[in-house]
Design a binder for this molecule. Structure first.
Ligand SMILES: Cc1cc2nc3c(=O)[nH]c(=O)nc-3n(C[C@H](O)[C@H](O)[C@H](O)COP(=O)(O)OP(=O)(O)OC[C@H]3O[C@@H](n4cnc5c(N)ncnc54)[C@H](O)[C@@H]3O)c2cc1C
Length: 83
């Protein structure tokens, strides 16, 4: 059985953000567990027409990406995932 120091549950923005910050800190001894077949959390599951955030989407970016709109749609937010 694999031994690891940190287990992150879920690949929503919280889980992905934790993983990014751990890697930025030089810490690679972690695993991320996800019950679904893909990354993205609630943004993976909510993709109805017009789905978009109502706060400025740069707050979702972890300072890693830029967005073409201040209040981005679901597809652009999902395209800025870790993958
Ligand atoms: C269309 C839309 C618009 C939004 N607009 C805004 C906004 O303007 N402002 C704002 O603040 N918020 C907004 N939100 C909400 C915000 O995006 C979410 O609250 C946030 O993304 C939640 O992230 P999270 O990582 O905490 O949880 P989630 O995204 O729910 O991710 C949790 C992940 O954990 C996984 N998981 C759960 N239990 C287990 C388990 N036991 N084992 C393995 N995996 C597990 C789930 O499958 C999921 O992938 C919006 C959401 C949507 C869908």
């Amino acid at each position: 059985m694999q031994q690891t120091s940190v287990v992150i549950v879920g690949t929503g923005f919280a889980g992905l953000g934790m993983a990014i910050r751990l890697k930025q800190a030089g810490f690679d001894d972690f695993v991320i567990l996800e019950q679904a077949a893909d990354l993205g959390g609630t943004w993976r599951d909510n993709h109805y027409p017009g789905a978009a955030c109502d706060i400025e989407s740069h707050l979702y970016s972890f300072s890693l990406h830029t967005f073409s709109a201040a209040f981005s749609g679901c597809s652009q937010i999902m395209s800025r995932r870790l993958t």
